[in-house]
Design a protein around this ligand. Sequence first.
Ligand code: DX5
Ligand code: ZN
Length: 218
Amino acid sequence: MNKIKVSPSLLASDFGRMGEEARRIIACGADWIHCDVMDGDFVPNISFGQPMIAALRKYTDGFLDVHLMVREPGRYVEEFAAAGADMITVHAEACDHLHRTLQQIRAAGKKAGVALNPATDINVIEYVLPLCDMVLCMSVNPGFGGQKLIPEVIEKIRRLSARLRELGREDIDIQIDGGVTEENAAELRAAGVTCLVAGSSVFKAQDMAKAIAAIRGE
Ligand code: DX5
Ligand code: ZN
């Protein structure tokens, strides 16, 4: 069983001070730092790219969990790896050749994740699981922070968790991203989530350390 991790999303942070924000979440007990890269094409919003990852790398030794909401991300894998990403997650829906893109991430020496939009079934990753360290289940339609969790994703996570157990691949993390709060985290962990991304609920909290601990289930 994987350790439960919390990966606060910098999308909800103060963009003018992102390096310090990354240090702050780690000081408040975050396990990973979730970096949402948006290209304005695969998703209807633009955030930041590889120069920001390189800048963050100079500020923190924390684990940079980079979520690429980018069409054909294989074009940029080597650049994100060189910038200092520790894990690179790509969307199944955004890759014509998902298997090849995951091979590229592994060849760059990084952990590899596959993200699935709310409408995408878990069967699309069946044949790439040997190349996966994590499956990210989107619990909102990607592009924006502060949305409400789509409840159907909980059943999807139960199915994914059961399938990974069946295959003896419980080493693969199950990440949930979008609308995670202190209130719904327990149900998500019980469904099999091992890594919870949280943007607004961490950055808007009165006490960030307490919010992170509560989401982790402490
Ligand atoms: C959405 C991003 C999420 C987002 C989560 O496209 O992938 O990581 O920042 O934000 P909250 O926790 O506010 O839903
Ligand atoms: Zn994300």
